[in-house]
Design a protein. Structure first.
Lengths: 213, 213
DNA sequence: CAAAACGAGAACAAGTAAAGAACTATTTTT
DNA sequence: AAAAATAGTTCTTTACTTGTTCTCGTTTTG
């Protein structure tokens, strides 16, 4: 990866080395010791940097240990395209949870369609944004963040169950999710019902006759 | 680049050599050592010259190292380094010739948006295809070929001077170029007036607030 | 010969890294 | 159920890296 500091790269290379240094995801303490560091606190900061590049799975106290993402593994098998690959998460259809793919897939997205922040790709199902040129079957590039400015197009999770792609308008006592489709209604919610999961930064469409999935 | 000094060119050539001298962006110190210089201060001045020519990405302490720009990479080889990069040719605006960029640029386009045949990228200017979700400022991926089936969206060169992106309908005695915009007229030509330059296979759009170029 | 380009090195600013302590959440042991 | 152990997180202090700027000779170039 390009945007890593020296030590971050060292950690990544250590984890990617062949044969793997650990048979299981190592705890921060173990990894630090194996790399000759005496403090897991310092290592934690390096790991956070790799996490921002989506090279390491988010840490979780319930399943301890640092795990590389598929993206990092692809990088290790010296596939340079993996460097600017984004996770293709699954499909978003208004009114349903995001439908994740069983297997992790990646798309190599041009720099022009993404930001410096972590991004991922969803496939759009439905016509809620047709009037802004986002059609059924398009892919959208989403910057992962939990806040947005009014007028931005967001992935919003409503009532912790329904995901949808809409224009957002936030006011102190209500949140509006506005479709770009005259056939559809603007939805109004209490702020507590709506959780922003990301903001639209790019869009792609294939016109090839036989495009799978 | 011609307005580079001797040493500036040396540095550029060193970085462009095959195989690449570094697997990651080298710090000034490392690069200086690798080139047999003892001072990064001197190297820094050379780098500044290359930076002024936009051959090197601006340095940043947070992501240390010297990185070449796409421009430098394109300059160094006839083909771009990434296998899935496509040539970004320029802009297409209905009724004018394709406006080519001065310098060669490339975009890394996902496999899903291209075909196995040679493809290139154009930026769309104008609203002739809005009703099919292709907006002003979008990029389109074009498969380079000189024939099309009726109903396909093509880059057509009319009277050897005007390039345009339209839906094509071809009949023995006339060719129709149909816009996807109720405000615009379908144009009718004699087959000899219309030359197909490629067929639309993909489309991309950026929603980032500050997209340059 | 004069101007520009270059190399080495010193000094500086801003950010990264290491260590260790303190804290939180979770699991295991007693 | 309480206590202890484990593992991730946060913070502070100190040391180190890295890019930046300058100066002073030396080399190259027109």
């Amino acid at each position: 990866m390009q945007n890593l500091t020296r030590k971050q790269r060292d950690v990544l290379e250590f984890l990617l080395q062949e044969p793997p240094p650990f048979a299981y995801p190592p705890a921060l303490e173990e990894l630090a010791a194996a790399m000759g560091m005496k403090s897991r606190g310092s290592l934690h900061r390096l790991i956070q940097g790799l996490l921002a590049e989506q090279l390491i799975e988010p840490l979780d106290r319930r399943h301890p240990g640092v795990r590389l993402t598929d993206k990092a593994l692809a990088l290790g098998r010296n596939k340079p395209e993996a460097a600017n690959a984004l996770r293709y998460v699954g499909k978003i259809a208004a009114g349903r949870p995001i439908e994740a793919l069983e297997d992790q897939r990646y798309m190599t997205v041009p720099d022009e369609l993404k930001t410096n922040q972590p991004c991922y790709v969803l496939k759009v199902q439905g016509d809620s944004m047709v009037e802004l040129g986002i059609l059924d079957g398009d892919w959208v590039v989403i910057e992962q963040r939990c806040h947005a400015r009014n007028g931005e197009i967001v992935v919003a999770l409503v009532n912790k169950s329904e995901a949808t792609l809409k224009i957002i308008e936030q006011y102190p006592h209500e949140v509006l999710l506005v479709p770009a489709n005259a056939q559809m209604e603007t939805m109004r919610y209490h702020p507590s019902q709506v959780e922003i999961q990301g903001v639209l930064v790019g869009q792609m469409r294939s016109y090839r006759p036989l495009t799978l999935k």
